[in-house]
Design a protein around this ligand. Structure first.
Ligand SMILES: N[C@@H](CCC(=O)N[C@@H](CS)C(=O)NCC(=O)O)C(=O)O
Length: 218
């Protein structure tokens, strides 16, 4: 039996966790829960692990359930230090790692709860286009802040790939997608392209976050 059980969905933030487990060489049982497609009943599967009905949710080998993408990625880095995908507690890069992992989660990813369904806070459908524009502007502003606050080398924290790179490569695929991401954060976009073309993930990305013509400009 696989040591991990992961609730995730193709094209979701859970794909960053899938990529991390793949690079760590950890087997996982995948439960596909398409939470962000309102008409897809598979999303209810994640309720067994997360009352918020959101992916990702990870059941650890201990049986404990972990939700929240940043927490999951940070914890996996701790559980599998031999994979070298997260700076350890004494590493000088640790503070920046924690800062930007949390930033991506709270300043950027959290917006999608409203962006994916503006009715959650805005009853007037006539205002949804404006809400969407403002959320996208805010997301791009935050990517710009991260761009200005980091000094990427081959990867965001230097020359070693970490789960932060996987996280950014996935969340920057969400709308407003990569073309505008690259305008707001050109060096982070270069890193994300490097992560997209990592040979160890060559068959993984097309399966779990497939691209199509024009996807990056949507
Ligand atoms: N704070 C959560 C956000 C997760 C999240 O928004 N997941 C999306 C998929 S990318 C989802 O399940 N959305 C369905 C919903 O919010 O109803 C995390 O970082 O894991």
């Amino acid at each position: 039996m696989a040591p991990y059980k992961l609730y995730s969905a193709q094209g979701s933030g859970g794909v960053a966790v899938e990529a991390a487990l793949t690079l760590m060489g950890q087997a996982y049982a995948l439960v596909e829960a398409m939470t962000y497609e309102p008409d897809d009943p598979s999303g209810d599967a994640v309720l067994a692990a997360n009352p918020l009905r959101q992916v990702p949710a990870l059941v650890l080998p201990s049986g404990e359930t972990l939700t929240e993408s940043a927490a999951i990625l940070i914890r996996l880095g701790e559980l599998h230090p031999e994979a070298g995908l997260a700076p350890g507690a004494d590493d000088p890069a640790r503070a920046a790692f924690l800062r930007w992992m949390t930033f991506v989660s709270t300043a950027i990813y959290a917006h999608y709860w409203l962006k994916d369904d503006p009715f959650r806070l805005v009853p007037d459908a006539g205002q949804h286009a404006a809400v969407n524009r403002r959320i996208e502007d805010r997301i791009l502003e935050c990517w710009g802040v991260m761009e200005a606050g980091t000094e990427p080398g081959r990867y965001i924290l230097g020359d070693t790939l970490t789960v932060l790179d996987l996280y950014v490569a996935v969340v920057s695929r969400f709308r407003p997608r990569r073309q505008r991401f690259a305008e707001a954060a050109p060096r982070l976009a270069e890193v994300s392209k490097r992560v997209d073309s990592d040979p160890r993930l060559a068959s993984f990305w097309p399966e779990r976050y497939p691209f199509f013509e024009g996807w990056d400009r949507m």
